[in-house]
Design a protein around this ligand. Structure first.
Ligand code: MG
Length: 371
């Protein structure tokens, strides 16, 4: 039984190109499977989240991060009686527009575009992937996803200004997205805040003492765990602590969101859409702990000198290739040369680079720029 303010698949605004119903799967389940079968989804496996493969094969990459976000989102959506199928597909697709090399790659690509008066935005790129670049079906371009999934791609983490984005007008920019989409950004943060502590600790870039000192929510649960399992190996105490941090964030997000739904008098999906702010939220106390955790990761991991060389490499590789293809568009693959006849050259180069895996972009850099 879905809550009355959940998205009902039978009420979907549908697909761009009408399709017959599937005998076994509803439209959101089909969208989930279309995302999983997309080439861009499979490439997430070879894109950096925070750590490159140099560190370890068992650290998160964009794909395993995506799977963690998906499982957390399913739990939260289920507990709030929201549409779990919709939350699942939105989580699976949420990072599909990310370029190689994590945030360093995104920044470098955006800077390169800004030289030409343009910009790069991974949500807008994700929409281009599912609408245009993925070609699997004979009847239409792209994945022909339902409106609610496309809307969630655009609106899950960012409010776009309708004046600056007339191209997005169909996505109801003056309204809040459904709760299934609102959850994704917060779930994303729960996933990476905990996972990056884990990988940071395993990589020895973060020590247990540093984490205990810098992340109060971690310290609180660590003390609890050390009392219950005083003899357990340190790594298992660490894991037990992290599990409790994750549960705390999830539990608080569910309860706070539920309370805001009740306090706001929300009865229908339209009430969610018309509400003046997003309803999915942490409580102020837990939000402060979440922020301490995030700030700690920025200061001690994402901007750590140990990762600086790789970030510099990422920036250099993206910038070199972008500039090379700007001055030598004849070196682009023929399909991209054809695209450049209809779209601006910087945009076509940006699309090409954004789709690459870490491995492929290094190979291109070696080939065209001598590594
Ligand atoms: Mg993410």
């Amino acid at each position: 039984m879905l809550a009355p303010y959940a998205v009902q698949v039978t009420q979907s605004r549908g697909r761009r190109f009408a399709e017959a119903q599937h005998p076994y799967r509803n439209d959101f389940q089909r969208d989930r499977d279309r995302v999983i079968h997309a080439r861009a989804f499979r490439r997430l496996e070879a894109k950096t989240q925070v750590f490159t493969r140099r560190y370890s094969d068992h650290f998160r990459n964009r794909l395993t991060h995506t799977l963690e976000v998906t499982q957390i989102s399913r739990t939260i959506a289920g507990a709030l009686a929201l549409n779990v199928d919709l939350a699942e597909v939105l989580a699976l697709v949420h990072d599909i527009g990310h370029p190689p090399f994590g945030h360093a790659g995104e920044k470098a690509l955006d800077s390169a575009m800004r030289q030409h008066g343009l910009s790069f935005d991974h949500n807008l790129h994700a929409l281009r992937i599912v609408e245009d670049f993925e070609q699997r079906y004979a009847a239409f371009r792209g994945l022909n996803l339902t409106f609610e999934v496309r809307e969630g791609i655009i609106k899950h983490s960012h409010d776009y200004d309708a004046n600056k984005h007339p191209d997005l007008v169909e996505y109801l920019l003056d309204q809040r997205p459904p709760l299934e989409a609102q959850l994704i950004d917060l779930t994303d943060e729960i996933a990476y805040n905990t996972a990056d502590l884990d990988d940071g600790y395993e990589s020895h870039l973060l020590s247990l003492d540093e984490i205990r000192e810098g992340v109060p929510i971690f310290e609180r649960f660590y003390r609890e765990v050390a009392q219950i399992y005083p003899e357990a190996p340190q790594k298992l105490q660490f894991n037990e602590t992290l599990k409790r941090v994750l549960n705390r964030l999830v539990d608080d997000l569910i309860k706070t969101t539920h309370k805001r739904i009740q306090d706001g008098g929300i009865q229908t999906l339209n009430d969610v859409r018309q509400y003046p702010s997003r309803l999915a939220a942490f409580s102020p106390a837990v939000d402060a702990e979440r922020k301490q955790n995030k700030d700690f990761l920025y200061e001690n991991l994402y901007f750590s000198p140990s990762l600086a060389d790789e970030k510099d490499d990422a920036e250099r590789v993206v910038t070199d290739l972008f500039d090379l293809w700007m001055s030598h568009p004849e070196s682009l693959p023929h399909s991209y040369q054809d695209k450049a006849k209809e779209d601006s050259l910087p945009r076509v180069i940006c699309d090409y680079i954004a789709g690459m895996t870490d491995h492929f972009i290094f190979e291109q850099h070696e080939k065209y720029c001598g590594g």
